[in-house]
Design a protein around this ligand. Structure first.
Ligand SMILES: Nc1ncnc2c1ncn2[C@@H]1O[C@H](COP(=O)(O)OP(=O)(O)O)[C@@H](O)[C@H]1O
Ligand SMILES: [Mg+2]
Length: 204
């Protein structure tokens, strides 16, 4: 399958999601060869991967190169995507993942692209809520309600705001390779996302 990760706002966890979804798929038995294509000119996925001395369960390639053979490809994209670039990205992919935090600015940016998103079949995209508060569910539930009212489809899995990701970034490792409860909880968020993706799109 080909999964593209894009958003209308920078700094919402696209690269984090690309890396951890690639790691989840790479660790899943029988999922084959996983390649992450780093399409951001900042090459943040590539530099993360190089910091960790390529110990990850997947390969990262420069977005200017044609991807080598893969069973599943994850494409990370630049800081932000214009809404009219979404359709070509979606048609080149089996699944478009749109991370969004739940600040009103991010939700408004996502909801403002509703006409583009609604023109896609429902199995072509999912919004992924990121940087969710670890305590209290009210703000997350409100965000889910607002998106549902706009008839946008959202992953059941959500990614919580956790400082452990900074440690993982420094070491160039996926959070699941760090020790401790905080790392385990963060990896669990991405495992739940990975399972949801695999269940619906794994056979593509
Ligand atoms: N769930 C999270 N909790 C806390 N910090 C996060 C989380 N996801 C990403 N970050 C941090 O937020 C910043 C932006 O994340 P990144 O994945 O690079 O976003 P993008 O690729 O959308 O620009 C980075 O410093 C990253 O370490
Ligand atoms: Mg990025």
């Amino acid at each position: 399958m080909i999964i593209t990760i894009a958003s209308f706002k920078g700094g919402v966890g696209k690269t984090m999601t690309a890396l951890h979804l690639a790691q989840y798929l790479g660790k899943r038995r029988g999922s084959g060869n996983i390649v992450l294509l780093d399409g951001d000119p900042n090459r943040s996925a590539l530099s993360w991967y190089e910091r960790g001395q390529q110990k990850a369960a997947f390969a990262v390639m420069d977005g200017d190169e044609a991807p080598s053979e893969f069973d599943h490809l994850i494409v990370d994209t630049p800081a932000r995507t214009e809404p009219d670039e979404l359709l070509p990205l979606a048609s080149a992919s089996d699944l478009l993942i749109i991370p969004s935090d739940i600040s009103i600015f991010s939700l408004e940016a996502t909801i403002s692209t509703i006409s583009t998103l609604q023109s896609l079949p429902n199995d072509k995209y999912r919004i992924l809520l990121t940087m969710l508060p670890t305590r209290g569910q009210k703000r997350e539930l409100n965000a889910r309600e607002a998106l549902a009212a706009a008839r946008l489809v959202v992953f059941n899995a959500g990614i919580k705001d956790r400082t452990i990701y900074q440690d993982a970034a420094l070491e160039g490792l996926p959070v699941g390779d760090l020790r401790g409860d905080a790392a385990g909880a963060a990896w669990n968020d991405y495992q739940l996302l990975g399972k949801e993706v695999w269940k619906h799109w794994g056979t593509k």
